[in-house]
Design a protein around this ligand. Structure first.
Ligand code: CP
Length: 317
């Protein structure tokens, strides 16, 4: 694997999931693989899970880890080409990425969308420029349009919790939120579920359709109750509109996941990438109840990252 930015970098999704599950059983089996290698984690936005789980994964492989909070500690970054830098930006991404590539064997990058211009966000300009100028493999820690480490952890979690031999029904359902959030997690989750051996349904209010290239193969409905029928896994997530870009179109009354709604499912396991707004996206009773697997899901972020970093170190598909 040369870079890890989407499911398209993974030739065999099921094999990567199995490798992650093997690593979970024996996390230190490849302790010498990362010896004298350095992982740099570059954050342009906040993080709890991605930061800590990716560090832990690298440490399990014997790597050194350096973390740079560019948004708080770095020079203000210029990303546009050809500009005269006579404003507030101090360092161009061409030099910044190239210099960080001198210090690290792999660079992880978190770069959220601004949600102002769909064209700009979906061009993945910052991620692409890091891939162009860093000179080392790039590991996406969540980009403008995707969160592939989260999605791999989600699929690992579904694989662990599904009854043997069952092709599970997985429902991604939109949930209310007070802020306009990116489409990265639902885009990525949809893309991974469409590549996995699951029956995949997406439910959202009208106007929240995701970009179709991410959802090809999914059943899409505006009827949450219908979607939840016989579901084995329910993945709850808010996102802002793709078509009316970055807008919040509704307060989403009636879309919060509750125990009453869970009763329509096949005793479904409940998932969320976290952080979650209690009492808004998901009821307290579900989060604190027996169907929630959000903590196990977050725990699997370590083994998702470890499987991917291992392949980047091995330069193996
Ligand atoms: N799910 C997730 O990526 O969490 P963080 O934003 O805390 O890393």
């Amino acid at each position: 694997m040369k870079n890890y930015t989407s499911v398209h970098d993974v030739p065999d999704v099921a094999a990567l999931v199995q490798e992650a599950l093997e690593l979970k059983k024996n996390p230190y089996a490849h302790k010498s693989l990362g010896e004298n290698k350095t992982l740099g984690l570059i954050f342009l936005n906040p993080s709890l899970r991605t930061r800590l789980s990716t560090q832990k994964a690298a440490l399990n492989l014997g790597m050194n880890v350096m973390v740079m909070n560019m948004d708080k500690e770095g020079w203000a970054l210029e990303t546009q080409d050809g500009v005269v830098m006579n404003g507030t930006t101090v360092e161009h991404i061409r030099e910044a990425a190239a210099v960080m590539g001198q210090y690290c064997d792999i660079l992880g990058l978190r770069s959220f969308p601004k949600l102002q211009s769909r064209e700009e966000d979906y061009s993945e300009d910052i991620l692409n420029k890091f891939m162009k100028y860093a000179g080392v493999p790039i590991l996406s820690l969540e980009s403008a349009t995707r969160h592939p480490l989260q999605s791999l952890a989600d699929l690992i979690t579904i694989t662990e919790h599904k009854p043997t031999g069952l092709r599970p029904k997985v429902v991604l359902t939109w949930a209310p939120h007070v802020k306009a959030l990116p489409q990265a997690v639902p885009n990525s989750f949809a893309e991974w579920m469409c590549a996995a051996d699951v029956d995949f349904v997406i439910a959202h209010p009208e106007g929240y359709e995701l970009e179709s290239s991410f959802t090809d193969g999914a059943t899409i409905t505006y009827d949450q109750d219908e979607a939840l029928q016989n579901a084995d896994f329910v993945y709850i997530k808010n996102w802002s509109s793709f078509h009316d870009y970055g807008k919040v179109l509704t307060e989403g009354e009636g879309w919060m996941m509750t125990n009453e709604k869970l009763a329509k499912t096949n005793n479904a396991k409940v998932m969320h990438c976290l952080p979650v707004r209690r009492g808004l996206e998901l009821s307290h009773e579900i989060l604190d109840g027996p169907n929630s697997i959000v903590i196990q899901e977050a725990g699997n972020r370590v083994y998702a990252a470890q499987a991917v970093i291992k392949r980047l170190l091995e330069n193996k598909a």
